[in-house]
Design a protein around this ligand. Structure first.
Ligand code: MN
Length: 496
């Protein structure tokens, strides 16, 4: 349900007529070579299309207006090959709605010491033209990514690729539909928020549906479809013996399969990209959707438990950004701590709903009591998350604005087996350390629910938040608590 193939980004080169037609021909040829090089690198997930060398205010406005109107254009990559006077850009840039990436590069890597003359200097003056372009973008208050370096460098290509992934998620967000099945978990604060503001800011449409709408789809599921899905479970996971055909709990597996299929039909029929549910409202469902939510997430749906539509939206955007990258992405919750001074860590999990894309090994399909919700025992996939660097992010509503907080973490293997813990889980060490990371997160008002990814980096969120115009705070190896708290005060417009 996530596909980058239709998308493209437009490449626009700024110049002017001062240097004569011959120079402009060189600018065009060099631009085409840069675009071909970027596309040929294999690093970019989306095709870049060279559009034009723009030399007048009219050409600039026309190119950017066209980019805004093209439904599959994710954004504009601008390069100032020569000097391109900034006032020419005011009309076009002030109306541009698509994300902007300023590629601050130069055709050749090195200075040709023995042959360089003033013609070369005039043709290759990004150092000069890029600053003029930067000034006018800053003056206009335009959020953009600035990527500096030679276009053949993998690090430069990676930074453009990250921006393209964020732009794909931003495009997806502008049309995102979230089904909120039931309301919020009662009395919980952090999962609440302003749905009107969310649609204004992110383009995310969040609407509520009664359980009956889902139950009708669950009841309509045919026996043959349940049979087939139970077989798929058995082929995909290590099955608890009692869940297999003839086993004492096989009926629970069939109920779970029926819920997955019904929920899937409901989401497909409504054209939804993400959903929430809550254990306090399960009327007509035999179990809280466990394996259903887990497998729908694996297919690219965003999910938030207990009515948490903000995290559902975030998980969906993260799924889009991570599309095709190694490592999975899941809904997550900070659950319990290991506060041993030898190696403090967080054990993250949820009642059921952790995405199997983050699993280290084949998940185990099990059924256990839930303890809350008052329904029958739900079927779920149990596993440990793969080890490695990861990020977790939260989106909170501060009343006057949304805030994103991102923490870099290292997922580690569990220090010992967890034979009695019947849920999927991840053990991680937050950067810079647990004390600083948790205190910073708490000061920032970050939620216990997060989007969690072994595929993404903090830079994906930096780019996405810039596109959305949302505050984004980072907790990483360089975070120092006093400085972080100062950042919070500055963000709030309070004096230090
Ligand atoms: Mn929760």
């Amino acid at each position: 349900m996530i596909d980058y193939a239709p998308f493209e980004a437009w490449f626009v080169t700024g110049s002017q007529h001062l240097y004569g037609p011959e120079a402009l021909e060189r600018v065009r040829a060099n631009s085409e070579a840069v675009v071909a090089g970027l596309n040929g690198s294999g690093v970019l997930p989306v095709r870049v299309v060279f559009k034009a060398v723009v030399t007048t205010p009219e050409e600039i406005s026309a190119a950017l207006r066209e980019a805004d109107a093209a439904p599959n254009c994710l954004g504009v990559i601008a390069w100032m090959h020569t000097f391109s006077p900034g006032k020419m850009w005011i009309g076009g840039l002030s109306r541009l709605r698509r994300p902007l990436c300023h590629l601050h590069t130069q055709t050749g890597k090195g200075i040709p010491w023995s042959t360089i003359d003033m013609d070369f200097m005039n043709l290759n003056q990004s150092a000069h033209g890029g600053r003029e372009f930067g000034y006018i973008c800053t003056r206009l208050g335009i959020e953009r990514k600035v990527v500096v370096g030679h276009w053949k460098e993998p690090t430069v290509q990676e930074r453009v690729a990250t921006w393209l992934r964020a732009a794909a998620a931003w495009h997806d967000s502008r049309g995102m539909r979230i089904a909120r099945i039931g309301d919020n978990m009662r009395q919980v604060a952090v999962t609440e928020g302003d749905k009107v503001e969310a649609e204004l800011r992110f383009g995310v449409a969040v609407n509520g549906y009664g359980l009956g709408d889902v139950v009708a789809h669950v009841e309509a599921v045919r026996k043959a479809a349940v049979d087939a899905l139970c077989e798929e479970y058995a082929a995909s996971y290590t099955m608890m013996e009692s869940l297999l055909p003839g086993g004492a709990r096989h009926a629970s597996l069939r109920d779970a399969a029926r819920i997955e299929l019904g929920l899937r039909y409901f989401l497909e029929e409504g054209g939804f990209h993400a959903f929430t549910d809550t254990f306090e409202n399960l009327h007509g469902l035999r179990q809280l959707p466990g394996i259903a939510a887990q497998r729908l997430m694996a297919d690219g749906y965003g999910f938030g438990a207990e009515g948490d539509w903000k995290t559902a939206a975030l998980v969906r955007s993260m799924k889009v950004m991570a599309h095709g990258l190694p490592g999975g992405t899941s809904f997550m919750e900070d659950y319990t701590y290991h506060l041993d001074s030898g190696g403090q860590a967080v054990l993250g999990a949820h009642m059921l709903e952790i995405c199997p894309t983050i699993a280290a090994d084949t998940p185990s399909c099990e059924v256990h009591p839930l303890g809350i919700g008052g329904r029958e025992d739900p079927v779920r996939l149990v596993f440990d998350a793969a080890a490695g660097p990861a990020v977790k992010a939260t989106l909170v509503d501060l009343g006057d604005r949304f805030r994103m907080v991102v923490n870099e973490v290292d997922v580690v293997e569990p220090l010992a087996a967890l034979p009695r813990l019947p849920v999927a889980r991840a053990l991680w060490k937050p950067l810079p350390d647990l004390e600083t990371a948790a205190a910073a997160w708490i000061h920032a008002g970050g939620s216990h629910h997060t989007g969690f990814s072994l595929a993404l980096t903090a830079e994906h969120f930096e780019d996405f938040a810039a596109m959305a115009g949302v505050e984004c705070l980072f907790i990483d190896g360089d975070t120092e608590l006093r400085r972080f708290r100062r950042e919070l005060r500055w963000g709030d417009g309070r004096r230090d």
